[in-house]
Design a protein around this ligand. Structure first.
Ligand code: GLC
Length: 428
């Protein structure tokens, strides 16, 4: 695992595709029968990318504070955003856009020193060799009786067609990995329809790494990924190892103009703090319109998050997960040397905030965005049993940032937290 990934904290996910033309859900709308496949594909005619400006995207991503970006180079619908020679189904060949979106994106992203990520759907609901297995194991006469677009793992596989499909995937991925400069991250999706063995793992991974040994893979690779990818629901327990939480700003991945269910900036910042408090990254999604422009509500969230991050940079990048919420009722991060503790204050305090279980003397407490030093008292504790008291840090709503306030606690040595259950006093 490359260290840049865990230090990055924020990435921007981009779901861009023909589904933005009618504002229907990406690929799933035909898969789930909301519209027919034919109707879905008619959107090819309306995909213009007429105002797509990769530099503007990259600038927005940079200003959001994100250190990496991940673009849907091909979703489950099989429509490539790049000029692939292995399929006729691309926005270059089949839409009025006639542009290699991936190429422009990759150039703009790299120019700003942002890490380059590519989303690629392993499943392809348009490829003729993909539906090679049917639920009963037998190809039924009436295809409408089955889900034409997905297969169970225990179905009977047409081996020849399956192998040719795998080759197709490898070829397209080779294009993605060799044409646009070094790719830092491959973000797979759709592994669930087949087993690791069917996907040809682990050889498949070795093949992809042959183009770039530093390549990172998300977890949707039938158990062979490099980090966990919880989606939409914030994890309550810290996932093991490196991880990344992917989330939408409203409820849709692709652009859906009818979806007005937006999270507020404050909610997004708190969610971000929750992720980094547990040592994770947040991969925040935007869904551009078909012409390449981005809804101002999404732009505002990215800019607002970026402003907050810039003000609190040292509490964000390169930090390690913080202390448990039983010590501090909020989020927190630690500097890697554990000599600085950053506490996230989400709500307005009454007169003080409370930190328990801290074993080390504090050098100084400041409000990060103003530099104001705060007073504190330590009450209780049983020093002869090494049981620390409770630290009460005095702060009032006037000390607070408009979004999330960060308190910076400095120490002379790496901090330790008390894990005991208190002194047991027995009376005879
Ligand atoms: C889900 C969906 C897909 C979306 C992805 C993003 O797996 O299949 O539409 O692209 O989540 O994480």
């Amino acid at each position: 695992m490359r260290p840049w990934f865990e230090d990055a904290k924020l990435g921007i996910f981009i779901h861009y595709g023909i589904y933005a033309v009618d504002g229907v859900s990406e690929s799933w709308s035909f898969h789930n029968g909301v519209i027919s496949y034919e109707e879905y594909m008619k959107q090819l005619n309306g995909f213009t990318a007429s105002r797509f400006d990769a530099d503007q995207w990259a600038e927005l991503i940079e200003r959001s504070g994100a250190k990496y970006a991940v673009l849907t180079t091909k979703h489950h619908d099989g429509v490539a955003l790049f000029d692939t020679q292995y399929s006729g189904l691309s926005v270059v060949k089949r839409t009025p856009a006639e542009r290699d979106i991936v190429k422009e994106y990759a150039e703009a992203i790299k120019k700003r020193g942002i890490r380059l990520g590519m989303y690629y759907s392993l499943i392809d609901w348009s490829h003729p060799d993909y539906p090679s297995v049917y639920p009963s194991g037998v190809v039924p006469e009436d295809l409408n009786q089955v889900n034409r677009f997905s297969e169970p793992l225990d179905g009977i596989q047409d081996e020849e067609r399956w192998q040719s499909f795998l080759e197709f995937n490898r070829n397209q991925l080779k294009e993605i990995l060799t044409r646009y400069g070094a790719v830092d991250l491959l973000w797979f999706d759709g592994d669930w329809e087949r087993s690791a063995e069917q996907w040809g793992l682990p050889e498949f991974k070795t093949y992809l790494r042959s183009f770039n040994p530093d390549l990172i893979f998300n977890s949707r690779l039938a158990g062979h990924g490099d980090y966990k990818t919880p989606e939409q629901g914030l994890p309550i327990t810290r996932p093991e190892g490196p991880w990344e939480f992917c989330t939408t700003i409203n409820t849709s991945w692709g652009y859906q103009p009818k979806d007005h269910n937006y999270k507020s900036l404050n909610q997004m910042i708190r969610m971000f703090c929750d992720c980094i408090s547990m040592g994770g990254n947040m991969l925040l999604n935007i869904g551009p319109r078909e012409d390449g422009t981005i809804d101002s509500r999404q732009v505002d969230i990215l800019l607002g998050l970026g402003d907050w991050i810039r003000t609190h940079e040292e509490a964000v990048y390169g930090t390690a997960e913080g202390i448990m919420t039983r010590y501090w009722l909020g989020g927190s991060t630690l500097s890697k040397d554990r000599r600085t503790l950053y506490l996230f204050v989400y709500d307005d305090p009454k007169e003080s905030v409370c930190l328990k279980g801290l074993c080390n003397p504090i050098r100084k407490i400041t409000v990060l965005h103003t530099g104001k030093e705060l007073n504190y008292d330590i009450h209780g504790g049983v020093p002869w049993f090494n049981i620390p008291g409770t630290t009460w840090i005095y702060m009032t709503p006037e000390d607070c940032h408009a979004q999330v306030t960060v308190l910076k606690l400095e120490f002379a040595e790496p901090i330790e937290m008390y894990g005991g259950s208190g002194a047991v006093v027995t009376h005879n």
